[in-house]
Design a protein around this ligand. Structure first.
Ligand SMILES: NC(=O)c1ccc[n+]([C@@H]2O[C@H](COP(=O)([O-])OP(=O)(O)OC[C@H]3O[C@@H](n4cnc5c(N)ncnc54)[C@H](OP(=O)(O)O)[C@@H]3O)[C@@H](O)[C@H]2O)c1
Length: 316
């Protein structure tokens, strides 16, 4: 352990951080050791990480002193914030600010910050193409992450900005899977028209992050996306049809129609999908699949992900 570089991983019991801890644990000769951060070291997920050989430590992003302790002696840190735990862009900004402060205080050599585009740089608040939310955001959970980049740069931290893509697991856990229409047929709804959307197996985000740490300083100061494939909604529906053996029809409402569905988060997600649709070029360019694969040779395509996971997609 002493001769290995410690990477402190926030969100270690979650999707992104968990993938990184497992990638480090799977490569014992790689020269890195994972320090997994959780609020509850006794949870089943935390114990599973300890079993893999990770050091598991308690810290809470709301308690900066605990974060500093978790970062003490670390070479690297993986930071991800927890928007869906509180739905607050302000809180997400505060979390990122604390992370940057704590990393600076601990003298961390290389930070990976799990960021996203500040959509307001593409669609200013004055632009009526998509509604403004809470008077200051277009896509709060994107904008806050992008705005928070400056906490890391201003602190002089050697940072790689990692942009995840749409997790294909959203089809299982986030209500994004096919739904039965009034005619009894199954419809996969995505308001992205003919645009190809970057998607990824959540586990690959952490594996890409591991590739970035392994590359030394090559990606310091750079923005790197993680994507397994860029696909239209119709292509995703066709692949699900083959994997599930059930016809999945593509339903492509406009972003306005999607926002009007009215479920909690419909406006935010409608804006997000509109961003994916209207800025397909730059969004997918940064989420380069070949580069993701170079950093993560195990990177899954959508077909490969479906082969492992299709049976878990609820068909309502
Ligand atoms: N779903 C998508 O398609 C998608 C795409 C791009 C980006 N994202 C972003 O991904 C982020 C979430 O990452 P994820 O999916 O890896 O999360 P996740 O699987 O939901 O896991 C959440 C993690 O957060 C930790 N956590 C929550 N509150 C904490 C706190 N106060 N202090 C310390 N740790 C805390 C939890 O650890 P313990 O409970 O063990 O403490 C858990 O490990 C969100 O901000 C979201 O916007 C999602």
């Amino acid at each position: 352990m002493a001769d290995r570089k410690i990477i402190t991983v926030f969100g270690a019991t979650g999707a992104q951080g968990g993938g990184l801890v497992r990638a480090i644990a799977a490569d014992p000769a790689g020269g890195f050791a994972a320090r997994a951060v959780t609020r509850d070291v006794d949870s089943d997920k935390a114990r599973a990480l300890a079993k893999l050989g990770a050091e598991v430590v308690a810290a809470d992003v709301d308690d900066e002193a605990s974060m500093r302790r978790a970062l003490e002696g670390a070479y690297g840190a993986y930071f991800v914030t927890f928007f869906w735990a509180h739905f607050s862009a302000e809180k997400e900004l505060a979390e990122a600010r604390s992370m940057a402060h704590a990393a600076k205080a601990a003298g961390v050599h290389h930070v990976i910050w799990s960021s996203l585009e500040d959509v307001r740089r593409f669609v200013p608040l004055s632009d009526a193409r998509m509604p403004t939310m809470h008077d200051k955001y277009k896509v709060p959970h994107f904008d806050a992450k992008g705005e928070a980049d400056r906490f890391f740069t201003d602190a002089g931290l050697r940072t790689t900005f990692l942009y995840p893509s749409f997790y294909w697991e959203n089809l299982i856990y986030f209500g994004a899977g096919p739904k039965k229409g009034p005619d009894g047929a199954l419809y996969f709804t995505l308001p992205t028209g003919n645009a190809k959307m970057a998607g990824v197996a959540a586990e690959d985000i952490g594996r890409v992050a591991y590739g970035i740490f392994k590359a030394g300083d090559a990606y310091v100061g750079k923005t790197v996306g993680a994507a397994g494939e860029h696909l239209t909604g119709a292509e995703m529906a066709a692949k699900m049809t083959r994997a599930l053996g059930r016809e999945i029809r593509f339903n492509g409402p406009s972003p306005d129609e999607y926002r009007a569905y009215g479920f909690p988060g419909a406006v935010e997600l409608g804006n997000m999908f509109q961003f994916y649709r209207d800025f397909e070029g730059p969004v997918n360019a940064v989420r380069d699949v070949a580069r993701s694969r170079a950093l993560d040779p195990q990177l899954l395509s959508f077909d490969q992900w479906l082969a492992e996971n299709a049976a878990k997609i609820p068909l309502e």
